[in-house]
Ligand binder design. Structure first.
Ligand SMILES: NC(=O)c1ccc[n+]([C@@H]2O[C@H](COP(=O)([O-])OP(=O)(O)OC[C@H]3O[C@@H](n4cnc5c(N)ncnc54)[C@H](O)[C@@H]3O)[C@@H](O)[C@H]2O)c1
Length: 256
């Protein structure tokens, strides 16, 4: 769900395009829901609808995984969950640190969905000395003085930045210098990172601005229709609908 900046090429070394990688979590989410309902198999059409992706694109994506399904039966749900999890690197535990334990950092720390997807919150770090030792989501907050030690001791490679924008670059530099190679940035600022470090950026206000743009356009079209003019059907058809990205999928935030 993040708009990202990455130094990786558009196609990963194992030949899976980045656009496919960005859709794998959508398939996994839909498959996990099917698995929880003990559904054994699923057709490409059903899974595509559940993931909000076009079914031809889904079949193409799965062909990169070497998964073709069985004609008349579909895909084995459990096996696909395993295959996609393995491809995304989720079959191993990923310790994650969250830096900046304010409103957002605390909400992220309390979110149970990380752990259930293989992301263990290894540490919560904040610059405010009065927070040190106070538990958030059952984990004591540690001071930023400890940042390098925590990352090295825990072998952390993923850092989440939830500090004010003005502190984000400095936090990012420290994380990277300590060995972090993937950053999820919630602060509204562009981070500069060296080659080999991936940054994904989440900004919900940008998403709202995009929705506002579409709302404004819809309102304009309704005004034209109300005035008795012919609605611009052709122009509308050429645009993705508001619940679809340009690829026909439904990201909350456009994949990079
Ligand atoms: N991406 C989004 O959709 C989204 C949504 C909400 C907030 N935000 C952003 O997330 C950030 C946090 O928002 P918030 O409401 O939680 O703010 P907040 O003020 O409640 O929390 C910020 C925390 O960061 C800590 N901090 C400040 N400098 C630090 C540093 N150098 N190292 C470590 N910790 C430091 C502060 O002590 C504080 O606890 C802001 O940048 C905000 O704009 C993004």
């Amino acid at each position: 769900m993040a708009t990202g900046r990455t130094h990786r090429p558009a196609t990963r070394s194992r030949g899976i395009p980045e656009a496919t990688v960005a859709r794998l979590p959508l398939y996994l989410r839909a498959l996990t829901a099917l698995s929880e309902r003990s559904v054994p198999t699923v057709s490409s059409e059903e899974l595509a609808a559940a993931a909000g992706v076009n079914s031809a694109k889904l079949r193409k994506d799965f062909s990169y995984l070497g998964s073709y399904g069985t004609r008349g039966v579909g895909y084995d749900v459990e096996y696909l969950v395993y295959q996609i999890s393995r491809e995304l690197g989720l079959t191993q535990d990923w310790p994650v640190v969250i830096v900046g334990i304010g409103n957002l950092g605390a909400a992220l720390a309390n979110y149970g969905g990380f752990a259930s997807r293989g992301f263990r919150v290894a540490a919560l770090i904040d610059a405010d000395p009065s927070m040190a030792g106070k538990p958030v989501a059952g984990i004591p907050v540690q001071h930023t003085d400890e940042l390098e030690k925590i990352i090295q001791d825990d072998g952390v490679s993923i850092g989440v930045i939830a500090t004010p924008a003005g502190a984000a670059q400095q936090v990012c530099d420290r994380l990277v210098a300590a060995g972090v190679t993937s950053i999820l940035n919630f602060a509204p600022t562009v981070l500069n990172v060296p080659e080999g470090v991936d940054v994904r950026k989440v900004d919900l206000s940008i998403e709202l601005q995009i929705l506002a743009f579409h709302e404004q356009r819809k309102a304009g079209e309704e005004a034209v229709a109300d005035a008795g003019a012919v609605p611009p059907v052709v122009a509308r058809k050429q645009q993705p609908s508001i619940d679809q990205g340009p690829d026909g999928d439904v990201p909350a935030v456009m994949p990079a």
